[in-house]
Design a protein around this ligand. Structure first.
Ligand code: ZN
Length: 164
């Protein structure tokens, strides 16, 4: 298993915290990205979508995970389990200095997620990814959104688990 942290940054104007509408652990916020098979190297044609609210049974019948997908080329099963509780909203000072913040951890088995401007999609048009500044009612702007996956190691267990 490999843990991938999805990190992002953006230039934000008129808001102090940027995160999915329901927070970093928003159960209905859907992530889209392509996957590379660790066995044969095949890259999926279409983006895969995962969200915390989508759970499917594991192929071995022991518990559930957020995604089970079979590689089209070599037919190997791969799974993705999301690890909530690790994300932090992007602050305006982080955005200004180009620092990344962590959004979500993905425990990937059999697949490697691929990010990039063309393969990672965030739908900003419906305001799903905005935390509006309600007090000042300022118009907000989001530009230069960048996201990247970083391999992280897990230390500790349960509530004390740390990923870095
Ligand atoms: Zn494969």
């Amino acid at each position: 298993m490999v843990y991938y942290a999805l990190e992002f940054t953006a230039e934000i104007d008129g808001l102090t915290n940027l995160q999915p509408r329901g927070g970093c652990d928003d159960p209905t916020y859907t992530y889209y990205f392509k996957l590379r098979c660790e066995n044969c190297g095949e890259i999926t044609q279409k983006s895969t979508c995962v969200s915390l609210s989508e759970e499917v049974p594991l192929p071995n019948g022991r518990g559930t995970t957020n995604l089970v997908q079979k590689c089209k080329l070599c037919s190997r099963d791969g799974t993705i389990q999301m690890v909530p509780g690790q994300g932090k909203p992007l602050t305006d000072s982080q955005g200004q200095s180009g620092q990344y913040t962590r959004l979500m951890i993905f425990d990937c088995r059999g697949f490697e997620p691929i990010s990039g401007e063309t393969t990672f999609e965030m739908d900003l048009s419906e305001g799903d990814f905005a935390d509006y500044d309600e007090k000042s009612e300022c118009p907000v702007g989001i530009s230069n959104l960048k996201a990247a996956f970083k391999v992280v190691k897990k230390t500790g267990d349960g509530a004390r688990a740390v990923y870095r």
